[in-house]
Write a protein that binds this ligand. Structure first.
Ligand code: ZN
Ligand code: ZN
Length: 460
């Protein structure tokens, strides 16, 4: 079977001068290899072989390819061996070994986090508490498995392939959910978890970022809070914005794209979408909430005397975090939704204004007692959950360079969620040359109550 492999040497972070770490990083080069690997055999109670239909490319994957400019402390928890990435997956169970409920032909989505039980290790404190995404043995190998998740494990493989191993406890039925919605289950679970990290104490929320995570977060917040005022901010001048290439220099390219795109984000649930420099965005939010812009000594960015109740930072880069802290009212909450890294933040604001800063990584069991994925599965079956435009591009595995390049170019190039289509893709997009056609989502049928037989017959 075919699989995209990132090797240990490729996975090492590129070292650079730490004094220059705040400079813009070049777009990630696809340091992947397409290889022919033996199809893995499911061994052990509950393990199955799964064939992907669609597998998403996320910022974490791009980060893995690019490497951190300075080694991240998180590398201590990560697998160092050869990996097949891909943790946003919808597909079909191809081969079931000794399983309780998973059967060959089941169409499923994947909750990719590996926990102690899957590895054959004694349960850690966090797994016992149902917080399996915070497993204390993420770096440990057991008799059955290794790694922290599907797509970050030497033994299971990942979704960027024709097949990988997964435990049946990680499977979520995808009946009534189309491939293009099912592939968003994992990031949607992340955004639901992020939204639930905030205890509502006000009516104004800001989401920083315009990518898939931000859009899913807007849809999630709107579903949880019908009356919440949601503003989406896009820092156009951030040096961390991916380079857009030659197309972006065409007159009107970016602004025309953004007009249509921002309308799409408003349709999902945002009251407004603003694009500008940090200073411009602070001014616009100050006007919105009738705040004063206060100027600190030394020419730093202004702060507000009042502000919004919560900021969800989906970019989690130095500029977005700095903006987020300045936008909050005293006592407000900053939720870091993207993979943050080592960078400066003005902690005096956190101290003096009694801000709460919390991380939101992955998903598990929510305070309601339900698993995050169980809620997301219900939402995905509801056509009123407005996420159909989020998957914008599909590529076959062997077009991986174009796929990675498109995903890295991001919303500025019209790419929101880029996915690979695997052997079980029911709705393959025709690909010409190296550029996949943009999906026309309106024409895609929803596989209502799809059965494995229907999926298989379409795939052949
Ligand atoms: Zn991800
Ligand atoms: Zn554990």
């Amino acid at each position: 079977m075919k699989a995209l492999v990132i090797g240990p040497a490729l996975a090492q972070p590129k070292r650079s001068n730490p004094l220059r770490r705040n400079r813009a990083q070049p777009a990630p080069q696809p340091s992947l290899q397409l290889r022919e690997l033996p199809t893995p055999e499911p061994h052990g109670l509950g393990w199955v072989l799964m064939r992907p239909a669609l597998a998403g490319i996320c910022r974490t994957d791009l980060n893995m390819l690019r490497g951190d400019p300075v080694p991240s402390v998180l590398s201590a928890y990560e697998t160092r061996g050869e990996l097949v990435p891909g943790h946003e997956i919808v597909g079909v169970v191809e081969k079931a070994g000794r399983t309780r409920w998973a059967r060959e032909g089941h169409r499923v989505m994947v909750e990719p986090t590996l926990r102690c039980a899957h590895k054959g290790l004694p349960e850690c404190g966090r797994c016992r508490a149902g917080e399996t995404h915070l497993c204390e043995n993420a770096d440990r190998s057991g008799a059955l498995c290794s790694g922290s998740s599907i797509g970050a494990s030497e033994r299971t493989g990942g979704g960027w392939s024709d097949g990988f191993l997964v435990h049946e406890d990680m499977l979520v039925p995808a009946d009534g959910i189309s491939d293009q919605r099912g592939v968003l289950a994992e990031p949607a679970a992340s955004t639901l978890h992020a939204a639930l990290r905030w205890t509502r104490g006000g009516d104004r929320a800001v989401v920083i970022g315009c990518g898939a995570l931000s859009r899913l977060l807007v849809a999630t917040l709107r579903r949880l809070h019908a009356d919440l005022d949601i503003t989406v901010l896009y820092d156009a001048r951030s040096p961390y914005r991916p380079r857009l290439g030659r197309r972006a220099r065409r007159p009107g390219y970016v602004s025309a794209l953004h007009d249509a795109d921002f309308a799409a984000i408003r349709a999902i649930g945002a009251a407004r979408v603003w694009r500008g420099s940090s200073e411009q965005l602070l001014q616009q939010v100050a006007d919105l909430v009738n705040a004063r812009m206060l100027r600190p000594d030394g020419g730093a960015l202004p702060v507000l005397d009042r502000g919004v109740d919560v900021v969800f930072d989906c970019r989690a880069n130095p500029a977005s975090t700095e903006l987020g802290l300045r936008l909050l009212r005293a006592g407000g909450t900053l939720v870091l939704c993207g993979r943050s890294s080592r960078h400066d933040a003005d902690w005096s604001l956190v101290w003096a204004r009694e801000l709460t800063v919390c991380g939101a990584a992955l998903y598990g069991r929510e305070p309601t007692g339900r698993r995050t994925f169980a809620v997301v599965r219900e939402w995905l079956t509801d056509p009123a959950f407005p996420i159909d435009g989020i998957v914008t591009h599909r590529f076959p595995l062997d077009e991986y360079a174009a796929a990675i390049g498109t995903a890295a170019a991001g919303v500025g190039a019209g790419a929101v969620k880029v996915v690979f289509h695997g052997p079980m893709a029911a709705l393959q997009t025709r690909v010409e040359g190296t550029v996949a056609e943009r999906d026309s989502n309106a024409e895609l049928p929803v596989l209502l109550q799809s059965t494995a037989a229907r999926v298989r017959s379409r795939a052949r």
